[in-house]
Write a protein that binds this ligand. Structure first.
Ligand code: CP
Length: 298
């Protein structure tokens, strides 16, 4: 699974159904020996750990791979690393890499690849767990209003979520500093001020500022306090939200910047529910990717 946009509505719904069943206690184990590894060339807490848990729940053999102690440090290319792991006997790799569409390099290698995040491109497993969290809450996507707020331009979560939400019939709104928006960025939604957006939407989806992806002219000359006041979800803005609207954030969270500290675990927040759902969404993704390669579960 490489890009959420490549999935048909039927395939998205099947992943959501499988993830929902896993969340309700369904168990499946791999038939025979299946070897998998998680290669994270960029840092991760949630995605790496929840893939690891999901793999173990499905009875897969998880082969540890620590980039910092590997031959990547001797100059081994990404292609050679993956080709090597395939030769050693791995059946599937989950990969996170700063290079957009890194997976295009592997076309000749017969191994299942799951994209754990490619630069500012896509984050498909985050998309599926976000959809799962929204569906649990509202039971539908059609007609739902979702506001995505913050560093949209550099966020692989924002861009892929906006595209898939629109495909499923939701209406997408954006807000945040205008230098992080251009026509290409807002093609899947409508820009509103943060004060208008919080009154309008059913889901407020906040984003972390991706400092590591900014070049010097894109850096905001704003303190954390100023960003919070101008663009963040403050306690006052939370009070203006619709009665049943929820708050989401893919995390990691900068408390007091994109969201007020006391809202992170408030009644409306589904931030830790998203993390819980991440394991079930990733079980569904692993099962689908392995079944496509002819592996079976029982
Ligand atoms: N949301 C997300 O991708 O978190 P990590 O970077 O911790 O995996």
């Amino acid at each position: 699974m490489l890009r959420t946009a490549d999935l048909s509505v039927e395939k998205i719904n099947k992943l959501l159904q499988d993830a929902d069943e896993f969340s309700k206690g369904k168990t499946l184990k791999a038939k025979g020996e299946i070897y998998v590894s998680n290669l994270f060339f960029e840092d991760s807490t949630r995605t790496k750990t929840s893939f690891d848990v999901a793999e173990r729940k499905l009875g897969l053999n998880v082969v540890p791979f620590d980039i910092s102690a590997s031959s990547v440090n001797k100059g081994e290319s990404l292609y050679d690393t993956v080709k090597t792991l395939k030769s050693i006997g791995l059946d599937l790799c989950v990969i996170r890499h700063k290079k957009e569409k890194f997976y295009d390099e592997f076309k000749g290698i017969d191994i299942a690849i799951i994209n754990g995040g490619d630069g500012t491109g896509n984050h498909p497993s985050q998309n599926i767990l976000d959809l799962m969290t929204i569906q649990q809450e509202f039971g539908k996507f059609k007609g739902l209003k979702v506001g995505i707020v913050g560093d949209v331009k550099h966020s692989r979560v924002a861009n892929s979520n906006a595209e898939v939400l629109r495909k499923l019939g939701a209406k997408v709104y954006f807000s945040g500093p205008e230098q992080w928006f251009d026509e290409g960025t807002i093609i899947n939604g409508t820009y509103l001020s943060i004060d208008d957006l919080v009154k309008e939407v059913d889901v407020v989806m906040l984003l972390r500022i991706q400092h590591e992806r900014h070049d010097s002219d894109e850096k905001l000359k704003l303190s954390s306090d100023k960003y919070h006041r101008q663009f963040g979800l403050t306690t006052e803005r939370e009070k203006a939200m619709k009665k049943d609207a929820i708050i989401m954030h893919p995390a990691p969270i900068n408390r007091g910047v994109e969201i007020a500290d006391e809202l992170v675990e408030c009644k409306r927040s589904r931030i830790f529910k998203q993390m819980e759902n991440g394991v079930f969404a990733r079980m569904a993704i692993l099962k689908t990717a392995l079944e496509a390669k002819g592996f079976e579960f029982e």
